[in-house]
Design a protein around this ligand. Structure first.
Ligand SMILES: Nc1ncnc2c1ncn2[C@@H]1O[C@H](COP(=O)(O)OP(=O)(O)OP(=O)(O)O)[C@@H](O)[C@H]1O
Ligand SMILES: [Mg+2]
Length: 292
């Protein structure tokens, strides 16, 4: 069983932004979802774990080894798909994977060929292996990204917002790929999409403004809101009034009308209907925690 322990990570950038504030997490094998809105600090945390940047304070250890003191140990066991992959070179997918495999220390030619072929197959890119990666579509790029992250059989895999910008079919394909990677590694998936976590992860945390505001199992967290979430269709102009009087979790358009969801321990009356909470309810309850 692998173990990643993150303790009290704080990150202050040179411009004074506090991106992480005493974030602590403990992860074991399996798919872990890190959910948070834009600017929450997800990429900052991912880069810190990947040893691409040092925290201002706090510690990260992987299987008992301090990753800040000994980054090499973690790097040799890490697969990382950054949020921005940068420039895609004018090199075909197969050659690029071979090149990256060498950098990852897969030196035996035969072993490298086997791994590259297997990953091209697994990511459904085998038929496109002779195409230059800079001509790939968004979905193909992300699948290529996971292929390169899996080179060298890493024990810790970090994928930073991999589904952003993918159409529903490619998103499904990508998530299926992640779920097939196996139970013997730690996979950290960062995302701002509640569905990604709901469909895939059995452990999760919500990051908001640099703080881990909750962690646990998505189903357990959802159950904590049972009989406490209520919905009502209102006129758009009424939103403010409701916000003043209730703990509003979300407002959304539903067939052109506005549906608000509120949190209330008791039946709020006023024509609200009971709503079966979902992970989105949980997410909003931690992002909009103003209790009335
Ligand atoms: N290199 C940097 N220098 C200065 N500030 C930074 C740097 N990287 C990130 N930030 C700031 O730190 C905060 C957290 O950013 P981060 O990219 O970690 O969030 P995120 O959760 O990944 O957001 P997104 O969903 O938009 O990718 C933001 O306020 C951001 O502007
Ligand atoms: Mg990010």
């Amino acid at each position: 069983m692998n173990n990643l322990t993150i303790k009290n990570i704080t990150k202050q950038y040179a411009n004074g932004v506090n991106a992480l504030n005493k974030a602590s997490l403990e992860l074991n094998n399996g798919l872990f979802g890190l959910l948070g809105p834009n600017g929450a600090g997800k990429s900052s945390l991912m880069r810190t774990i990947a040893t691409l940047q040092e925290p201002t304070s706090g510690t990260v250890s992987f299987n008992g080894v301090d990753c800040i003191q000994n980054p090499q140990v973690l790097r040799s066991q890490l697969g990382y798909l950054p949020q921005e992959f940068g420039v895609y070179p004018k090199v075909n997918a197969e050659d690029l994977l071979h090149h990256l495999a060498v950098l990852k220390g897969v030196v035996s030619k035969g072993e490298r060929k086997d791994q590259v072929n297997a990953l091209l197959e697994q990511t459904n890119l085998y038929n496109h292996r002779k195409k230059s990666v800079n001509t790939f579509s968004g979905g193909m790029r992300q699948r290529f990204g996971i292929a390169q992250a899996l080179l060298g059989a890493p024990k810790l895999i970090i994928v930073d917002e991999p589904t952003a910008g993918l159409d529903p079919e490619e998103r499904n394909r990508f998530l299926n790929l992640l779920s097939e990677i196996g139970e013997n590694v730690i996979i950290i998936l960062s995302t701002h999409l509640v569905e990604d976590v709901r469909d895939l992860c059995n452990k999760m945390a919500i990051l908001n403004k640099g703080r881990i505001v909750v962690q646990g199992n998505p189903i357990d967290l959802t159950e904590t809101l049972l009989n406490k979430t209520w919905v009502k269709t209102i006129a758009k102009s009424e939103i403010e009034i409701y916000q003043e009087n209730y703990h509003v979790l979300s407002t959304r358009l539903l067939s052109g009308k506005t549906q608000i969801q509120i949190l209330s321990e008791e039946n709020p009356g006023n024509n609200f209907n009971i709503y079966k909470p979902d992970l989105e309810s949980v997410y909003f309850s931690y992002l909009n925690p103003i209790l009335k």
